[in-house]
Design a protein around this ligand. Structure first.
Ligand code: GRF
Length: 303
């Protein structure tokens, strides 16, 4: 159960322990306050007493966990957690209201303050891009507005057209020596960039225009097996040649150096003696498909 929660919240073990302790301490504090207030009310312990106690505890709970989260250093997690919980409650309320009026379609556009528009940069088959497009079709606060590709004929172009996402084919000269397509991206109202198998280095102009708003997925556990030339099968071959017993994925912010930006998330998979570069690639791809869309969603729900 703990492992599942840890993965769901994308936390390291030390942080998971702090978050879990905050839940426990916040819950105890709120039970204590509830009993104290009920004691002051002088009510006898009958059905009404317990109903009022439950209402009080429900109302106190968010304040208690938020208060405890501050000394535990977990305030950002709990602020986002409560925000999401509140968002879900509002959504449920709206859903039932709209269902009542028979107009469910309004839902997708009314329940989030700002819709984030993503551009997916990809050069290859596009299986990760596909997972992202599937996840964010009719999503309440994220949409894929553009696929940016540097290779005519790449598989990702067909996937984009299947999902009715426009494609921008870019050329080297303008990307590296021009404005990095910043103007075009801004004209298309792109808020956030996700690299999913994009093989060109991101130019400084683009990094400056999208600070902390460009992320990449790498098919290994950075800081190992990254950097220039480490892509595709080469990564898995290097991992196996080094005799590693596990590999995995890294999702990280993009800076001006290949695969060196601040890490956001990692997940691992075991390597067996029977593994080949192909079978390892399959395991890593499965991890990517499972986690990438969720990590993007979580990241964007926190901004
Ligand atoms: C993925 O393995 C990703 O980690 C790397 O490029 C690959 C893209 O695969 N950056 P696909 O095109 O999404 O199938």
């Amino acid at each position: 159960m703990f492992q599942r929660l840890k993965e769901k919240w994308h936390l390291s073990w030390p942080r998971f322990i702090l978050v879990f302790s905050t839940f426990a301490l916040g819950g105890s504090l709120c039970g204590y306050l509830g009993r104290m207030v009920m004691g002051l009310s002088g009510l006898e312990k009958n059905v009404l007493y317990y109903i009022l106690y439950i209402i009080l505890v429900t109302l106190f709970w968010p304040f208690c966990v938020i208060t405890i989260s501050i000394p535990m250093g977990q305030f950002p997690f709990f602020r986002n957690y409560l925000r999401r919980m509140w968002g879900r409650m509002v959504k449920k309320g709206r859903e039932s209201g709209l269902r009542h009026e028979g107009s469910e379609n309004q839902l997708q556009t009314t329940n989030h303050k700002h819709r984030t528009t993503l551009a997916i940069f990809a050069s290859g088959a596009g299986s990760n891009a596909q997972k992202l497009m599937e996840k964010f079709t009719n999503h309440p606060f994220i949409q894929v507005g553009l696929v940016v590709c540097n290779k005519p004929g790449a598989g990702v172009i067909d996937i984009a057209s299947h999902h009715q996402v426009p494609v921008l084919l870019i050329e080297k000269e303008r990307f590296f020596r021009g404005d990095g397509y910043v103007e075009e991206l801004q004209r298309q109202k792109i808020d956030f960039i996700v690299l999913a198998g994009f093989l060109w280095k991101i130019p400084e102009a683009l990094i400056r225009a999208y600070p902390h708003k460009i992320i990449n997925i790498h098919p290994a556990l950075l800081p190992n097996y990254g950097g220039k030339g480490m892509y595709g099968m080469r990564v898995h071959e290097a991992v196996l040649a080094a005799g590693e017993t596990q590999s995995g994925i890294t999702i990280h912010y993009v800076n001006e150096h290949f695969d060196e930006g601040e890490p956001i998330f990692q997940a691992t998979c075991p390597i067996t003696p029977q593994d080949t570069p192909e079978s390892l690639a399959q395991k890593v791809h499965a991890l990517e498909h499972r986690h990438f869309p969720e990590v993007v969603e979580k990241l964007l729900s926190e901004v």
